[in-house]
Ligand binder design. Structure first.
Ligand code: ADE
Length: 253
């Protein structure tokens, strides 16, 4: 039977999932804690990578090599880059680019040296139900808001996510990042610090990968405060609801 890895950078990003785990077993490996068990009838392992591309790549490799996972999903938060990608929206990744990869002039900017590509696509079979689960969750959240007569209109987006070893925390920086990526032909919806590394490890091993990011900030001058509050208050609730539904959808297929 296959085992699915549910990966996040920080504990808050999957807060609540651990409590739902059936027959939990904690294993310490490669300086990290992993929790094996069952969620919605599926064998899973929950893992925390910590922050950044190297930490994420180590964790993804350990999940595949040591725990034998056959699918990986990343759930966490990101800064909104694209116009209309607002705090509280959800982005399901269609693919990833490393915004800090630059081996020019030897290779074109953003290209992964010797991979002949800058973009790594996510797995469609895993991503389609993730999008469906996110839409269902946001509809429920909206319905809750509407009964309280509050304004909320959060959307689910599907598109490119850019990863790099930098927390983007000024409007100037995020505009520059967006324009630089556009010059390379990449229209990124969101920015974070792990996804492209996990995508690359999964590509190397031939393991299907999908990712979902809730927008915690706009990668602008308020990003630091917005991120901290959002991660604490919202990220775990979204992960529990969306990943739970996603697992249900996968077992229906
Ligand atoms: N993750 C969440 N917000 C982010 C930001 N502004 N920059 C990089 N990673 C993030």
């Amino acid at each position: 039977m296959t085992r699915i890895a549910i990966l996040s950078a920080l504990a808050e990003e999957q807060h609540g999932l651990q409590a739902l785990l059936r027959q939990p077993q904690e294993i310490h490996h490669a300086g990290r804690d992993f929790w094996l068990g069952e969620l919605q009838g599926q064998r899973v392992v929950l893992a925390l990578s910590r922050v950044g591309k190297v930490a994420a790549a180590t964790t993804a490799a350990a999940l595949i090599e040591h725990f034998g996972v056959t699918r990986i999903v990343f759930t966490g938060v990101a800064g909104g880059l694209g116009p209309g990608v607002q705090v509280g929206d959800v982005v399901v990744a269609s693919g990833f680019v490393q915004h800090d990869m630059d081996a020019s002039p030897i290779f074109p900017r953003y290209e992964l040296p010797l991979y002949g590509r800058s973009l790594i696509a996510c797995d469609e079979f895993l991503s389609a139900p993730l999008f469906e689960a996110a839409c269902a969750h946001l509809e429920r959240v909206e319905a809750g808001f509407n009964t309280k007569n509050e304004m909320a209109a959060h959307g689910v987006h599907r598109g490119l996510i850019a990863s790099g070893d930098r927390f983007v925390s000024t409007a100037l920086e995020s505009a520059a990042l967006r324009h630089a990526l556009q010059s390379g032909g990449h229209e990124a919806l969101a920015v974070e610090m792990e996804g492209a590394a996990v995508a690359q490890v999964c590509l190397d091993y031939g393991v299907p990968f999908a990712a979902i990011r809730t927008i915690s900030d706009r990668a602008d001058d308020q990003a630091h405060g917005d991120f901290a509050e959002f991660v604490r208050e919202v990220a775990g609730r979204y992960a529990c609801a969306i990943i739970g539904r996603w697992l249900d959808l996968l077992s229906e297929k």
